[in-house]
Design a protein around this ligand. Structure first.
Ligand code: BES
Ligand code: MN
Ligand code: ZN
Length: 505
């Protein structure tokens, strides 16, 4: 069904094989798996399953420090993997996710893994523990690979060992973890997929398939419809492209919604910079991922029904590439956006805000409690926060705080930047309502001030994932390349969403 490109790569390979995650007993693990994780504290004797003393472990250099692993071969049965959990008994979900991932990485050739849920008193519920383990192992073993052997799964099964008493809770956690990890894998797949394979048209096709399969209503808007709707930002950026644009609207409608939110994702399938061409450096080579915002809006929404989310969510994917050509936008051109605002284009590489403007305006036309947009928007955000923290800016402290807390809960950290309105004058244009270029400094803030012009005063926050969309090195469950950052954040935000006081929609 690949109608728009010459190659036949599968853009979402991780959806082809499903890891079997289940809850079972220790004898089952002995029988059916190849590697069993055994948590070892730094200040206590190791559990009996290891059959060894802490002094003996220390002779191999293993002291139980956090993240340390030691693989112990056996004459029979699965290898034991001692996993250091550090001193003290208190652990949280982020640590469990990290350690489960370290275990999965310590035995890269084993495809059948087992982990035991420790006895209670760890400061984390059995369900949360099982969910974090499932996420950690599945995400650490995820890969995007188009070469030989691409079809061979990196993981076949994960067995969570729990007592009969804990089994029910563990199953709940496993199920949630699997849903969340699969959503995140979809986000990673899409962002890693080469731009020649994943055009805006193909992205919309995938949104229809994945969205419909997960109980969402999906509408796709083509170029003619976008013209009729007055989406001058998305159309302006698309002018230089040989590929047509697409806008996708996804709707998740629970029975009795406890609130309504809109999510808008930047879907620049490839950002060459346009006429303001980027130099051919490393950051340019990464620009196939400039659609991560759209990818993670789609990915997060595929999990909502399965997780029984009670918030109604509308998603907007703003998709086109940004290319230079004889028909491309020229510097000095003026675009009229969906809400009637005119924008003088002074740099065609500041294209993200142009496509997001139409999405924000469309979202603000509907009754809504909060608008959240997510975009690989500014190099300045990468410079400010590096690759582990995303920026958040908004006109509503409660929404910003809810996002920040959701990020904290899922270990996708956010840090707030000020919406400093005095900088708005940097966007003044002599011939239009505003320009798309701020000054040389505070680029992430002026970009947010641009976006604010399109939300019609509605409660809104903007998440800049320019830094976190990509990692140069793997770390625990975080892989090298496209990270899917934002998928788990948005799922958690939607699940927890509480209408801010005073907003009735
Ligand atoms: N997609 C880029 C932002 C980006 C840069 C993401 C590096 C990830 C890594 C965006 O479209 C862009 O080009 N922004 C410009 C804006 C400037 C021209 C106002 C930037 O940040 O340099
Ligand atoms: Mn750009
Ligand atoms: Zn861009």
């Amino acid at each position: 069904m690949n109608t728009t490109t010459k190659d036949d790569f599968d853009p979402i390979p991780s959806t082809r094989h499903r890891v079997q995650v289940s809850v079972g007993s220790l004898p089952q693990a002995e029988e059916e798996t190849g590697a069993l994780a055994v948590p070892v504290a730094a200040d206590a004797e190791p559990p009996a399953e290891l059959g060894i003393t802490s002094a003996a472990l220390a002779t191999a250099g293993f002291t139980g420090q956090r993240g340390q692993t030691l693989v112990q071969p056996r004459a029979e049965g699965p290898v034991r993997v001692a996993v250091g959990i550090g001193p003290g008994r208190e652990i949280d979900a982020a640590l469990v996710r990290d350690l489960a991932a370290e275990f999965a990485r310590a035995v890269p050739w084993h495809r059948r893994l087992a982990i035991e849920v420790p006895s209670s008193g760890l400061g984390i519920s059995v369900a949360d523990f099982a969910q974090a383990v499932t996420e950690g192992v599945l995400l650490a073993r995820w890969r995007y690979f188009l070469g030989r052997d691409a079809d061979r799964p990196t993981l076949e099964s994960l067995l969570i060992v729990a007592t009969d008493e804990d089994a029910e809770q563990a199953r709940t956690g496993v199920e949630r973890g699997r849903i969340v990890a699969e959503a995140c894998s979809l986000g990673r797949d899409l962002a890693n997929c080469p731009a020649a394979t994943l055009s805006a048209v193909r992205m919309a096709e995938i949104a229809v398939e994945a969205g419909t399969a997960s109980g969402l209503e999906v509408e796709v808007y083509d170029k003619d419809q976008l013209i009729a709707m007055g989406c001058g930002g998305l159309l302006g950026v698309n002018r230089g492209s040989a590929q047509p644009p697409r806008m996708v609207r996804l709707r998740y409608q629970p029975e009795k919604p406890a609130g309504r939110i809109a999510l808008i994702g930047k879907g620049i399938m490839y950002d060459s910079g346009g006429i303001s061409l980027k130099p051919s450096d490393e950051s340019h080579a990464q620009m196939k991922n400039d659609m991560t915002g759209a990818a993670v809006v789609l990915a997060s929404m595929t999990a909502l029904r399965a997780l029984d989310c009670t918030t109604a969510v509308t998603g907007y994917l703003m998709c086109t590439d940004n290319m230079p050509s004889g028909s491309a936008m020229m510097l000095g051109d003026v675009l009229r956006m969906r809400n009637g605002t005119t924008v003088e284009v002074l740099n065609t590489d500041a294209e993200g805000r142009l496509v997001m403007a139409d999405g924000l305006a469309l979202a603000a036309e509907e009754p809504i409690d909060a608008i959240v947009d997510i975009a690989t928007l500014t190099g300045a955000c990468l410079r400010t926060f590096g690759v582990e923290i995303a920026g958040v800016v908004g006109n509503d402290p409660a929404i910003v705080e809810q996002l920040r807390r959701a990020g904290e809960a899922v270990d996708e950290p956010l840090w707030e930047l000020p919406l400093h309105r005095s900088y708005r004058r940097q966007l003044d244009s002599p011939i239009a309502d505003l320009t798309n270029m701020g000054g040389v400094n505070a680029g992430s803030i002026t970009a947010a001030l641009f976006l604010e012009e399109f939300v019609d005063g509605k409660p809104w926050a903007h998440v800049d994932i320019a830094g976190t969309a990509q990692l140069p090195e793997p770390r625990a469950w975080r892989n090298k390349g496209a990270t899917g950052f934002g998928t788990r954040l948005l799922i958690e935000f939607a699940l927890r969403f509480a209408r801010p006081p005073g907003v009735s929609s």
